[in-house]
Design a binder for this molecule. Structure first.
Ligand SMILES: NC(=O)c1ccc[n+]([C@@H]2O[C@H](COP(=O)([O-])OP(=O)(O)OC[C@H]3O[C@@H](n4cnc5c(N)ncnc54)[C@H](O)[C@@H]3O)[C@@H](O)[C@H]2O)c1
Length: 350
């Protein structure tokens, strides 16, 4: 069965961001027409610079909160890979209104425009933050807890809208609950930077990385190439195949079907590697990797500060559902991914 998107028209919202630009790059290599809709609020021109001269790449500088921009982007599209959102739990605690406006308001506009345009499938970036305070480990898709931040609420509300629009308008939707994604082009700067690029940048500058808490908190860090694979499988796995596999999967686990008429698809999947690494271990791997380029980095000491509001202690995904239904097979462990990522950061940040 085909595992990659080829010869199609694909919309990537948030295509100038970290995950979106990586999706655009791979899709262009695979001979697709790619339309990127981005307002450059957290994305950058330098992320898409290399594609601007490609006639198969189209950039719409616009906002997912503007319905006309959404309509323009989805015209004639086969698939939408919706990545645009305001990420970061702390950002949403500081400014819950904008997070809600973009992540729910903008999401509904994109979803509605995609439903009207009758795209084949709407794949969207959901989040592991939806598991909230659930202590269940590993996280399985049908058991979630109470949300711990406005960001987590927005991502869960998106899932509810996706399911509802699938029932009402027949649009096929797949939400991918990403777990701490890392890799090339992830922004290391600013107050809301993700932990891996931030630590890499700090170490390259010979400064001590500051871990919130004692470093025992753990995450299922996920390399970008695993995320790209999941997006492609989510878009192209045929409806009949998914429905058939879903029946078997749900039956063996005693899960009620999420699809009311068993004809339209509306599912969510964890996207992770399925292994957890604590923050102390993470920093040690980064130090080991970067010391190969600069031996002095081996002597840098780690600092510890207070825990951060909204952070859960541990996160680990079950990836069984993705493996069984989509044929998801993440090829990159955290160590393999960090080797590539640190090399990229060394070339680009030093
Ligand atoms: N990186 C992770 O670990 C992670 C984890 C879980 C979920 N996610 C989700 O994955 C998606 C991509 O995340 P990322 O890490 O690439 O973040 P990013 O900030 O690098 O990319 C987001 C992109 O969306 C664009 N954008 C934001 N608001 C917009 C708007 N109103 N209209 C148009 N474009 C807009 C930004 O300019 C940026 O280019 C987001 O939906 C995020 O919530 C990411």
């Amino acid at each position: 069965m085909n595992r990659i998107i080829t010869n199609s028209k694909v919309v990537v919202t948030g295509g100038a961001g970290f995950i979106g630009s990586n999706l655009c790059e791979v899709l262009l290599k695979q001979n697709n027409d790619v339309t990127c809709l981005d307002n450059f609020s957290t994305g950058f021109t330098h992320n898409i610079e290399a594609f601007l001269s490609n006639p198969k790449f189209k950039i719409i500088e616009g906002d997912i909160r503007n319905y006309k921009d959404c309509q323009k982007a989805v015209e004639g599209a086969d698939y939408v890979l919706h990545q645009a959102a305001l990420g970061s739990v702390p950002r949403s605690i500081v400014d819950p209104m904008t997070a809600t406006d973009v992540n729910i308001g903008g999401f509904v506009k994109m979803l509605h425009a995609a439903a009207q345009a009758k795209v084949k499938r709407f794949v969207y970036a959901a989040s592991s933050s939806t598991y909230g305070d659930s202590i269940n480990l590993p996280k399985v898709e049908h058991i979630i807890g109470n949300a711990l931040s406005p960001y987590a609420i927005t991502k869960y509300v998106d899932e509810l809208y996706a399911k509802n629009f699938s029932d009402l308008y027949g649009i096929e939707t797949i939400g991918l609950r990403y777990f701490n994604v890392f890799g090339r082009r992830q922004d290391p700067n600013g107050a809301y930077a993700a932990v891996i690029p931030k630590f890499v940048q700090t170490l390259i500058k010979h400064e001590s990385p500051l871990i919130n808490g004692d470093g025992s908190f753990s995450r299922d860090f996920t390399y970008i190439d695993n995320v790209i694979q999941a997006n492609q499988l989510a878009a192209i796995t045929p409806t009949e195949v998914l429905l058939e596999r879903m029946k078997g999967y749900n039956a063996t686990r005693g899960i009620a079907s999420n699809n009311s008429d068993d004809k339209s698809i509306s599912e969510v999947f964890n996207v992770a590697f399925g292994e957890r690494t604590n923050l102390n271990e993470l920093v040690q791997i980064l130090i080991d990797n970067l010391s190969k380029f600069d031996a002095e980095i081996a002597n840098i000491q780690i600092q510890h500060g207070p825990n951060r509001a909204g952070d859960i202690p541990h996160s680990l995904a079950s990836i069984e559902k993705g493996k069984t239904l989509l044929g998801y097979e993440p090829g990159y462990s955290i160590r393999k991914g960090l080797e590539e990522a640190t090399e990229w950061y060394w070339e680009n940040l030093k």
